[in-house]
Write a protein that binds this ligand. Structure first.
Ligand code: CUA
Length: 346
């Protein structure tokens, strides 16, 4: 069981670590791999228990069948001394037919019931009044996180408070898509939930301890599906209040980066991005008001460093081929000034 979990974990880790360039390999290697057999949130515990139970049942069936098969193959193998006659043929045995029908039906019934119970336990959970509500919007190829009650909008890094079992504070997620079907999956916190255009799906997480948890879009959604990563940052309570306050603060207005600000305001950036309190009100791309509070760029494709930001602005396709953000063809000086301006958006 442990071995299987380990292999599945490795596989999931491989997918996320495919973002190895641009410093992400190092950044991710400090985190626990997204391991569904190491659950840290109520829905993930339920799913992990069900997965282990199902593996145990199907594993037992596999072992029984394999042993019987091996035994028959060896015990009844062809021998020199065989006289060529057929063994006794048995037709129409009532008890045998009953057994091979009833036993599988019973097994399927038990698996269906336990699965149904798990699905119900997770989906029927009522949202408690103190729960945090987040609207998750899937885009090609990034995640938008809106906190309507707090007036915060961010991208690709979902920040939530820890949910101490003595004082639970779950986060309820309403998932929508801006374009095609995606799927929200953070293995240690909850099962995958499809993100479907024109439909709102709901899931919830209840992280038991602070930390950073890796997730991934789990539904093929176009060329950059594999680089539609996300991080869930779980804060201790006091740190959470601090994060909320910093995200609600207005955008920085540093006078030393006037040219960068001018470049930003006079190019197409403003048609797709928001910087609160400026003329940038586009909603197509991520909100940049507090861009520098995020660890990654381009939905986890690159570490958020000045060098990577510059490479991204020069030509997003270098980091993420097919990215919907266009290359702006800026002069090198303007590019540096633009990076300097964005670096002030803390
Ligand atoms: Cu979004 Cu795959």
């Amino acid at each position: 069981m442990r071995g299987t979990g380990f292999l599945l974990g490795l596989l999931a880790a491989r997918v996320v670590y495919a973002a190895n360039d641009w410093g992400m390999g190092d950044a991710n290697s400090k985190l626990a791999p997204p391991h569904m057999f190491r659950p840290l949130s109520t829905p993930a515990h339920e799913i992990s228990t069900l997965a282990i139970f199902t593996l145990a049942v199907t594993g037992a069936i596999f072992v029984i069948v394999a042993v019987l098969l091996a035994y028959s193959a060896i015990r009844f193998r062809a021998r020199r001394t065989d006289d060529g006659s057929e063994p006794p043929q048995v037709y129409g045995s009532g008890p045998v037919e009953f057994a091979w029908t009833a036993v599988p039906v019973l097994i399927v019934f038990v698996l269906a019931l336990t699965t149904g119970r798990t699905v119900y336990t997770i989906q029927a959970a009522r949202r408690p009044p103190n729960a945090l509500g987040v609207r998750v919007v899937g885009h090609q190829w990034w995640w938008e996180f809106q906190y309507p009650e707090l007036g915060i909008v961010t991208a690709n890094e979902l920040h939530v408070p820890v949910s101490d079992p003595r004082d639970p504070r779950p986060t309820f997620l309403e998932l929508e898509s801006a374009d095609v079907a995606h799927s929200f999956w953070v293995p240690q916190l909850a099962g995958k939930t499809d993100v479907i255009p024109n439909k709102t799906n709901v899931t919830w997480i209840e992280p038991e301890r602070p930390g950073v948890f890796l997730g991934q879009c789990a539904e093929f959604c176009g060329t950059q599906h594999a680089l539609m990563l996300l991080r869930v940052v779980v804060h201790p309570r006091d740190e959470w209040e601090h994060w909320v306050a910093s995200q609600r603060a207005p955008a920085a207005t540093d006078k030393s980066v006037e040219n960068g600000r001018r470049v930003f305001a006079s190019t197409a950036c403003v048609n797709c991005h928001v910087v609160q309190g400026t003329g940038a009100t586009g909603r197509f791309g991520p909100d940049l008001t507090h861009l520098m509070s995020r660890e990654t760029l381009a939905a986890g494709a690159a570490l958020n460093t000045p060098a990577n930001l510059k490479a991204w602005l020069r030509d997003p396709n270098v980091i993420k081929p097919g990215a919907l953000m266009p290359a702006m063809d800026l002069a090198d000086r303007d590019l540096d000034d633009l990076v300097a301006y964005l670096e002030t958006l803390r």
